[in-house]
Design a protein. Structure first.
Length: 597
């Protein structure tokens, strides 16, 4: 549940994803800036230089191969067997060189894509899990929904497609620059005889290639203009489906016990239907685009021959010259038609670029974003004290009216190291909101909250996080196991009543699935024994536990000694074990509200 939905009556966070839709130039600038600051920059630049060298060598070999057409086809036309065999030997050398260059280019292409993905994914993860960005983003509408899709699939697609398109564009540009001169020279004196007149068009084949490729590009743009939006929508719906499947799998026991399989099946089928609906639109759009791309592709088989045929039949060029002109035309046309050939991939790239750049921009915007409305004043206390002064909490995010807010009946609270304090209150009061405010996750209100500087406060929510890692990593989280001796880790398990887990300290598992609820609580308190924080703020963890588990946890708290404990909740076991100082959280009611019975 989003933080913005915790308060009673709070509406879901608004959809502000449109605020992060960026112009195309801004998208490019964001990703170039991220790349330039990444740790893989030098490696990718070295791979790019190697790729450029290979592409230049390939272009030179292709020009040589195109020139080879003249003597080869002339030898065929003249039925010269000796020259024919000699030209085949030359072809073997050229083809072998091209094969080697193609293999090198394929390897460099894939390695560059891998490096790009490494840099982009690392950058996005570091940007996401920094400060409270991820938490704030989750409450910012659809831009924060399913971040795993943008961190995984979108980052992979963007890296691979960017590498592929970049190499293709550079290669096409080099081929265009190389062969356009060849084609111009070949057609510089092309002449047509019309009646008694001779018409000379300098560079006739070059202009024909530009017109031919331009027409194909224009038609591709018209026919495939919907692909960018459809690809973006498909990625979004695929992410929704994957999230629902994952959530259903995580809660199979509860769903089965509630006999909710039919409801879940219906919801999953609805998501599948949404994915299939947008995919059908993509199929239609790609099919329409195929009419253009495939049609011009097949036409290219004869188009250059048809274009050069009048000159050949007039006797101005030989058969070998014709084939050389056809080869040069095909290379120029292939380079010019790069946009047509890759239009679908370009649309996919535009969609993923928009999603990734918007996600990254939104994350960075979380640092600049301040809570709207009344905001609590957070301060660092130099005297190692948790202090609350004149605090009133809003029940809704951004609200500025406090007729129905929450406040401490005593007016304020000060907790020093070694003290035990419990924040009590009426059963209907949302004490959880105070815990979120102390943690900094609910800043809406007025007054002051002072916390010790640094990492001296450990917050223990009702639902904890047990990483899918080795037991020793879970036990020492968020620090590394190397920060503690094995003896201390084993002792912490002993004191928490989890001695049976000592032999599997190095075992990796989903501990939230392996351990029952009571054992998970004990493991979290064993973690507190290792970390030895100055203060622990507990969000009503004892509620719902068995009496022996409550007694065990109370014993662990007792061993924390000089650690200050602020327990937010109602717990008879905690009260009996520590006789804490009790303060009361109450709801402010409007003056005309009826007094509770």
């Amino acid at each position: 549940m989003k933080i913005a939905e915790l308060a009673d009556g709070q509406a879901p966070a608004p959809d502000v994803s449109s605020a992060y839709e960026l112009p195309f130039i801004r998208q490019i600038a964001i990703m170039i800036g991220a790349f330039w600051r990444s740790g893989v920059r030098n490696r990718v630049l070295a791979q790019a230089f190697a790729l450029l060298s290979v592409i230049l060598a390939t272009a030179y070999a292709q020009i040589t191969l195109n020139e080879w057409n003249v003597p080869f086809y002339n030898a065929i036309e003249q039925r010269d067997v000796g020259e024919f065999l000699r030209q085949l030997q030359i072809f073997a050398g050229i083809a072998g060189s091209l094969l080697l260059l193609n293999v090198c280019q394929t390897w460099l292409n894939q390695m560059a894509a891998l490096s790009m993905r490494e840099g982009l994914t690392n950058d996005l993860v570091e940007t996401w899990l920094k400060g409270r960005r991820a938490l704030r983003l989750a409450a910012s509408g659809t831009i924060g929904v399913n971040p795993d899709q943008r961190l995984h699939e979108d980052a992979r697609n963007l890296s691979e497609i960017t590498t592929s398109l970049s190499i293709g564009l550079v290669q096409s540009s080099i081929l265009l620059g190389s062969f356009i001169g060849v084609l111009w020279a070949l057609s510089s004196d092309f002449a047509f005889v019309i009646g008694s007149r001779t018409v000379v068009i300098p560079g006739y084949m070059v202009w024909a290639a530009f017109i031919y490729a331009g027409l194909a590009s224009m038609l591709s743009r018209v026919v495939g203009h919907r692909l960018v939006g459809l690809n973006a929508e498909r990625y979004s719906r695929e992410a929704d489906l994957r999230f629902l499947l994952m959530r259903t799998n995580e809660n199979l026991t509860a769903i089965s016990l509630a006999r909710g399989e039919q409801r879940e099946r219906k919801r999953i089928l609805e998501r599948i239907g949404a994915v299939l609906a947008v995919t059908r639109q993509l199929v239609t759009a790609n099919t329409n685009l195929t009419w253009v791309s495939a049609g011009f592709g097949w036409l290219s088989q004869v188009a250059p021959i048809i274009i050069a045929a009048p000159v050949y039949f007039s006797g101005n060029i030989t058969f070998g010259g014709l084939m050389m002109a056809v080869g040069a035309f095909n290379q120029v046309n292939l380079a010019l038609r790069w946009y047509v050939t890759n239009f679908g991939q370009i649309a996919d790239w535009r969609a993923t670029l928009g999603r990734v750049s918007a996600f990254r921009s939104a994350l960075q915007d979380m640092d600049r974003k301040t809570a709207s409305g009344a905001v609590i004043d957070y301060r660092a206390e130099a005297d190692e004290t948790i202090r609350i002064e004149n605090l009133t909490l809003c029940l809704r995010a951004g609200a500025e009216h406090f007729e129905n807010g929450l406040r401490l009946r005593e007016g304020g609270l000060s907790v020093r190291r070694g003290e035990r304090v419990m924040v009590n209150g009426d059963p209907g009061v949302n004490r959880h909101l105070l815990f979120e405010a102390l943690a900094g996750n609910w800043p809406w209100g007025r007054g002051t909250i002072g916390l010790p500087p640094g990492e001296g406060v450990l917050f223990m929510p009702q639902t904890g996080y047990l990483a899918g890692a080795s037991l020793q990593e879970v036990l020492t989280y968020p620090l590394a196991p190397e920060a503690f001796s094995r003896e201390n880790m084993l002792a912490a398990l002993d004191r928490a009543g989890l001695a049976r887990l000592k032999p599997i300290l190095d075992t990796t598992a989903r501990w939230d699935k392996v351990l029952d609820f009571d054992d998970q609580m004990k493991l979290r308190f064993a973690n507190a024994l290792l970390l030895k924080p100055d203060f622990i703020v507990i969000d009503d963890l004892f509620d719902g536990l068995e009496q022996d588990a409550q007694a065990s946890l109370a014993g662990i708290v007792e061993e924390l000694g000089n650690t200050g404990i602020l327990y937010v909740g109602r717990s008879q076991a905690f009260a009996e074990a520590f006789s804490p100082r009790i303060v009361h959280l109450e709801q402010i009611r409007p003056p005309d509200a009826a007094s509770p019975l």
